[in-house]
Write a protein that binds this ligand. Structure first.
Ligand SMILES: Nc1ncnc2c1ncn2[C@@H]1O[C@H](COP(=O)(O)OP(=O)(O)O)[C@@H](O)[C@H]1O
Ligand SMILES: [Mg+2]
Length: 252
């Protein structure tokens, strides 16, 4: 299996704070990789670097063999890497379906001049709706398609966020704490969905999560970091029993 993302010697500071320090590791295609680490260890910063929202001070992000470090966020998105945010960025006044259609527009860009060609435009709208209903099926929200996004529970909002990421046709999805604040039953559902999406669609997931009790049963690989530094990578069992990982949580 190939490498989806190869992170090479990434450094990122905010003033005198070294948020990421010579961070290197890789994420295999079609796997679910968890990134764990205490609060403030740089996990969200790393997702911001991969998705282009922050530029690293040095180091490289290689996606499927291509250096994407210098690309703008929308170019990285169109290259096939989508992300969710720690706090869902949904349009609460729109319906669930509309939230997906907007994400698709973002992914395709408005620069096609398609609206000049009515026939193409109609085809595109139809294609978009079909795609949206397919994604709704994938994340299990089909029966709520016409409801306002504001009626969703916290866990369902996380699912819709994942759906929005999938609308771009992304092959790699970065999730920032997809089950935080979600009840255990739905949290298990969400991880089971990720497994299905990996198996059926070959999607690669890189997931920040510290509720390991729930997540560990579903993941292929775990990467642990602390204080902006890589600690260890391996199977769930290897990583949670690693002395450095245990200490990083105890040391505070
Ligand atoms: N935009 C920013 N400006 C200044 N400091 C930041 C910024 N983003 C993150 N940090 C700091 O970088 C460190 C890592 O933060 P973050 O990546 O959010 O950690 P985590 O997601 O692991 O909890 C923290 O000390 C945080 O305060
Ligand atoms: Mg974070």
């Amino acid at each position: 299996m190939g490498v989806a993302l190869d992170l090479q010697h990434i450094n990122k500071s905010f003033g005198s704070l070294r948020a990421l320090s010579d961070l290197s590791f890789s994420i295999d295609e079609q796997t679910i990789t968890i990134l764990m680490g205490p609060n403030g260890s740089g996990k969200t910063t790393l997702i911001n670097v991969i998705s282009g929202f922050y530029k690293p001070d040095s180091g490289k992000v290689i996606y499927r063999g291509k250096d994407i470090t210098a690309l703008a966020p929308h170019k990285i998105y169109r290259a096939g890497i989508a992300r969710t945010f720690q706090i869902p960025a949904l349009f609460l006044k729109l319906t669930i379906l509309e939230n997906l259609l907007v994400a698709r527009k973002d992914a395709k860009g408005e620069g096609f001049g398609r609206s000049l060609f009515k026939r193409l435009w109609i085809d595109d709208e139809r294609e978009g709706s079909e795609e949206a209903f397919r994604v709704l099926d994938m994340v299990g929200l089909s029966n709520m398609w016409d409801k306002s996004a504001s009626v969703l529970s916290g866990g369902q909002m996380k699912l819709l966020e994942i759906g929005r990421a999938l609308m771009s046709g992304a092959q790699t999805v970065l999730l920032d704490e997809p089950i935080s604040g979600v009840n255990p039953t739905l949290a298990h559902d969400i991880f089971a969905k990720l497994v299905t999406l990996r198996n059926n669609y070959g999607i690669t997931f890189f997931v920040i999560e510290h509720r390991l009790d729930i997540a560990l049963g579903y993941v292929d690989k775990v990467v642990a970091m602390a204080f902006g530094k890589f600690l260890v990578a391996g199977t769930a069992q290897e990583v949670v029993s690693d002395k450095r990982v245990v200490e990083s949580y105890l040391g505070g």
